[in-house]
Design a protein around this ligand. Structure first.
Ligand code: ACO
Length: 438
């Protein structure tokens, strides 16, 4: 394979098949930042060969203007703005506008957007009845996935994905209603009455209100906790072409409605290698039990036969540090201080594990660092949010990212149905043998 770009000509890559005189010259594409990318669309037509990249470690599945990650430098940008600045200076609603629309809103646009999102926070009363159909011990992710998918049955007026206004209303509905569904999934599991959304509160405050308030008592907002919740939402709002976002895009490429696509994203997020990791971190810390057991646990993680992973460590893209983890760690200390929690054994254990792992050659040589989920679970636990709700909360935050990516996909004229190829390694053609002859 050779690459050329001389005399103002567009850069190309030439691939030559060994042992033949056949070659294909393919365009080399450049984004605004990030590595160059070979456009292989004509490869099969010209050379009759596919590319192989399980896990898509070197494959760009789309062109996007939303989020940029430089995993080696630990950089995360939403529409060009560093996550650190957004986490410190912005809030979730403004970030949601930024992700969806591409620019920061002016005061009027922000006000309008906030109103549009809050206007849609209530659920159709018949959706309420769905909850009764679930077992009390149902995982809230199962409820979220089911009820979000079912929204399509209620909003026939915005299922035409080719109509920009309908896409916009679907976006508002999803961003506004997912927190209500999430909070009700929790209330259902603990047998408390559902709390209807309060549109006088901010997005994060309203979510905490629906989770924690009860009709019998007044609810008091704690600004430090709602700020921490807002920050968690900002940090998780989008993350480029991760597994759940790619799932949303793949479903969207078929022309499926937005509610179905987001339900697909929620399903993909549920896995412990992805959004389920913050839940898994707390389970892991609880299983380890005490700091004395950490060295034994680390030995187990390093043993290839054990299949044990240090949850909350490692990332497909970040091979230096996860910038969100840094902010999360600071927020974790703020929340524990606000709540007067001086000795949190889980935090002590997490910090000790981080210290040991960052000195251990196994983790250093594989560039494994704490990811966003290593600390988020401890914050959420301190805020009284049960472990089973952690991934749900992640889904609440990521909904805006999924919707932005879905909208970008639908508005991209080059989009086609997603349809990967394969290396077939099964039996070659053979004749059927009746059961009596086998
Ligand atoms: N603990 C122990 N070893 C690990 C871990 C871990 N958490 N993560 C990766 N490794 C090892 C692998 O076993 C592999 O070792 P090898 O080269 O000796 O075979 C090496 O590091 C490279 O790992 P890969 O599996 O190639 O990394 P990949 O990019 O495929 O996986 C993933 C990334 C899924 C995040 C992985 O690091 C992991 O499972 N981490 C724990 C789960 C987790 O925290 N997930 C949250 C991700 S962030 C998010 O979704 C918000």
């Amino acid at each position: 394979m050779s690459s050329t770009a001389s005399g103002g000509a567009k850069p190309t890559v030439t691939i030559t098949l060994d042992g033949s005189n056949r070659s294909a010259t393919l365009p080399l594409l450049s984004g605004s930042i990030g590595p160059q990318t070979v456009d292989i669309r004509k490869l099969y037509g010209e050379l009759g060969i596919f590319t192989y990249d399980p896990g898509y470690g070197a494959t760009a599945s789309c062109e996007s203007k939303i989020t940029y990650i430089d995993g080696d430098a630990g950089v995360l940008l939403y529409r060009g703005y560093p996550i650190e600045q957004l986490a410190e200076k912005s809030d979730f609603i403004e970030v949601a506008y930024l992700l969806l629309e591409g620019e920061l809103p002016n005061a009027t646009q922000l006000d309008e957007f906030r109103k549009n999102v809050t206007y849609h926070t209530m659920l159709h009363e018949q959706i309420r009845r769905f909850f009764d159909g679930f077992r009390r011990d149902a995982h809230p992710m199962a409820i979220l996935c089911g009820v979000v998918g079912a929204l399509a049955a209620f909003y026939h007026d915005n299922l035409d994905i080719n109509d920009a206004r309908q896409r916009e209303i679907a976006a508002f509905r999803l961003i506004a209603k997912v927190p209500t569904i999430a909070a009700w999934a929790y209330k259902y599991s603990i047998g408390q009455p559902f709390m209807y959304p309060r549109n006088d509160l901010s997005y994060a405050e309203n979510f905490l209100y629906m989770l924690n308030a009860v009709p019998a008592e007044p609810w008091k907002n704690n600004p430090i906790l709602s700020r921490a919740m807002d920050r968690i939402l900002v940090l998780h709002a989008d993350h480029e072409q991760n597994a759940s976002t790619s799932t949303v895009r793949l479903a969207g490429s078929t022309g499926a409605n937005p509610f179905a696509c987001i339900a697909a994203g929620i399903a993909a997020l549920w896995g412990p290698s992805h959004g389920g990791a913050n839940e898994a971190v707390l389970k892991m810390l609880a299983e380890i039990g005490t700091p004395e057991n950490i060295p034994q646990f680390i030995r187990e993680v390093k043993d290839k036969n054990s299949h044990t992973k240090l949850m909350g460590f490692g990332h497909r893209v970040y091979k230096n540090f996860d910038p969100r983890a840094k902010i999360m760690k600071e927020t974790c200390h703020e929340v524990l201080a606000e709540l007067g929690i001086k000795d949190e054994p889980l935090l002590d254990m997490a910090m000790e594990m981080e210290r040991i792992a960052l000195e251990d050659d196994y983790f250093v040589s594989r560039k494994l660092y704490p990811n966003v989920d290593f600390y988020s679970g401890i914050i959420l636990k301190a805020m009284g949010i049960p472990t089973s709700m952690f991934t749900v909360l992640f889904a609440v935050a990521r909904t805006v990212g999924w919707v932005s990516q879905w909208k970008e996909l639908i508005e991209d004229p080059s989009q086609r149905i997603g349809r990967p190829r394969q290396i077939y390694s099964g039996a070659t053609q053979r004749d059927y043998v009746p059961v009596s002859g086998r």
